[in-house]
Design a protein around this ligand. Structure first.
Ligand code: MG
Ligand code: ZN
Length: 262
């Protein structure tokens, strides 16, 4: 229970890695200025706050799910660390799959429209969510943030909605946004130990896209070791190795996406 950075009021944003049972984080103190700050109370308070936040999110996610179902759109929650290649993969996906399916995108970033701009002009409706605008600069998308973008998309006209989450290997995995499937992009430049260090993310997903395999000759990355680590935390997860740069493996990714639609 060392991590705490989800704020009920969304006004503050830190990434504390608190030693367990030490002082309460500021965000909790603020709401309970006269509270008992012993380790026991802090721990219980933290559990209460987290339970409330995740409970509220789960209800919002159920609402999203109902909206998606009635619109007949399937939804992918696409996650990764920053720079793994989500947006580049989405660009290629729109270029290849738009004739097969009507695709919309929610682009999540803390700041800037840089990635949304990279996806513009390809015929797909894009709704940008900057978490710094009204959502406390959070480092993930939650169900309410996704909901805020839906009015800007022609949901009824879409077959597939791909939500590019904020680049972050930690908390995006913890927030249900009402998706049908979760996928992540993992780049071989990140190192084969990452499934062990970020098990929540690797365990949460239905598919791991292993990107940048064109770089393998230049890296010390051990693919067999990566698979051992991955199977350790998620034995059944699907894996697609590809290179957005060379196009190798992109057909399999597109195939995987089309199977979601059926
Ligand atoms: Mg991106
Ligand atoms: Zn976050």
């Amino acid at each position: 229970m060392g991590r705490f950075h989800h704020h009920a009021d969304g006004t503050a944003h830190t990434h504390d890695l608190l030693p367990a049972d030490r002082t309460a984080p500021d965000s909790v103190d603020r709401h309970h200025p006269a509270g008992d700050h012993s380790g026991y109370e802090t721990g219980r308070l933290r559990v209460d706050v987290l339970a409330r936040i995740f409970g509220e999110n789960d209800r919002a996610a159920d609402t999203n799910r109902e909206l998606f179902r009635s619109a007949g759109v399937k939804v992918v929650n696409l996650m990764s660390s920053p720079g793994a290649g989500k947006t580049a993969l989405l660009r290629e996906t729109l270029l290849r799959l738009q004739t097969v399916a009507r695709i919309g995108v929610i682009e999540g970033d803390i700041e800037t429209a840089l990635d949304a701009d990279r996806l513009a002009g390809l015929g797909a409706p894009i709704a940008l969510v900057n978490t710094a605008r009204g959502f406390g600069g959070e480092c993930h998308l939650d169900a309410t943030m996704v909901r805020s973008a839906l009015a800007r998309l022609p949901l009824d006209e879409l077959d597939l909605l791909i939500v590019e989450n904020v680049g972050n290997l930690v908390c995006p995995a913890e927030f249900d946004i009402g998706q049908d499937v979760r996928a992540m992009v993992f780049s071989v430049t990140e190192g084969e130990e990452k499934p062990l260090k970020y098990p929540v993310m690797f365990r949460a997903v239905d598919l791991v896209v292993v990107n940048k395999i064109d770089l393998l000759p230049y890296l010390d990355f051990k693919m067999d070791c990566f698979y051992v680590n991955l199977r350790n935390v998620n034995p059944d997860v699907a894996v697609i190795e590809l290179s957005v740069k060379t196009g190798e493996g992109l057909d399999r990714w597109c195939q995987w996406l089309t199977t979601i639609l059926t």
